[in-house]
Ligand binder design. Structure first.
Ligand code: SF4
Length: 282
């Protein structure tokens, strides 16, 4: 089954002309990630970071960026890769382990019975089972092995799509947090690519020569959650035709919330004093 959300594939190997664009692209991505890390205090001295590696373009870009920053950042931190093997018949984590070995990055593969559970519980929403199990496996591994942060490869497009999904279907104004500590305080999830555009990351992973590993999920792009996400992606792309700065404007808006101009009393929307009294006389 093909994924209708998939971006058009880039031809291998990249041409000389394509490769000439890499330094500028790399600089842009590193600058954005550096600013995000600084603004949200994502990495601290002595951190032991577990990087979620699915073998997709975003996770490779994240690994490349963090290992590059490791060499130049004023703080010292460790980077390990982790791959959750969901048990889908067509998913093979071996190429991910090989790349990590070549680059001297410790890599761990954790099995999670996602495929089996989805088949066993057809009455439940598969993507909910999937994300719950993945999160559970990652959180407990990080906790057991003393990792201070779990880094995930979600990027700006993911954040914008989530914002619209929550607005259109969830009745709330929220996106994916850039930094989030779990309720029990044991895990902190960070998203260093939060301000990087998906297309930049895809080109970056391609120009760096990372292999893109299919996730193997037969539902990819077909579940209700996935098709709604696709709808928002298409909407943003369509609007971009007439509003070229749409993504940067939405990014700016997420960091510039006027609570008093919304309807949430918790954010400072105030009821007028004496309004109840006035209403009684209407
Ligand atoms: S579509 Fe994605 S989230 Fe849903 S079950 Fe498949 S891999 Fe998991």
């Amino acid at each position: 089954m093909t994924n209708p959300c998939a971006l058009p594939s880039l031809a291998y190997p990249p041409s000389e002309e394509d490769l000439a664009l890499l330094p500028k692209l790399e600089k842009r991505i590193l600058r954005r990630v550096g600013e995000t890390i600084k603004t949200y205090n994502l990495i601290e001295d002595g951190d032991k970071i577990l990087v979620g590696l699915s073998g997709g373009k975003d996770s490779w870009a994240l690994l490349e960026v963090l290992t590059s920053l490791q060499k130049r950042a004023p703080v010292k931190f460790q980077v390990h890769g982790i791959t959750v093997d969901p048990g889908f018949p067509n998913f093979d984590p071996d190429p991910i382990s090989e790349v990590c070995e070549q680059r001297g990055i410790p890599h761990h593969v954790l099995g999670a019975p996602i495929d089996a559970l989805i088949r066993r519980r057809p009455e439940e929403t598969p993507c909910i089972i999937c994300s719950r199990l993945r999160r559970g496996v990652l959180y407990s591994y990080a906790k057991q092995h003393g990792f201070t942060k779990i880094a995930l490869g979600h990027h700006l497009d993911d954040l914008l799509e989530t914002l619209l999904l929550n607005l259109f279907f969830g009745g709330k104004l929220a996106t994916m947090p850039v930094r989030l500590t779990s309720d029990d305080g044991a895990n902190t999830v960070i998203r260093p690519l939060a301000t990087c555009e998906e297309d930049d990351l895809r080109r970056f992973a391609w120009l760096k020569g990372y292999p893109i590993i299919p996730c193997g999920c037969p539902l990819c792009g077909c579940s209700i959650a996935e098709s709604r996400r696709k709808q928002t992606k298409v909407l943003i792309e369509q609007l971009k035709g007439s509003i070229p700065q749409i993504k940067s404007s939405m990014l700016k808006a997420m960091g510039n919330v006027k609570g008093s101009h919304l309807l949430d009393l918790k954010l400072g929307a105030h009821a007028s004093v004496g309004f109840d009294e006035a209403m009684e006389h209407l």
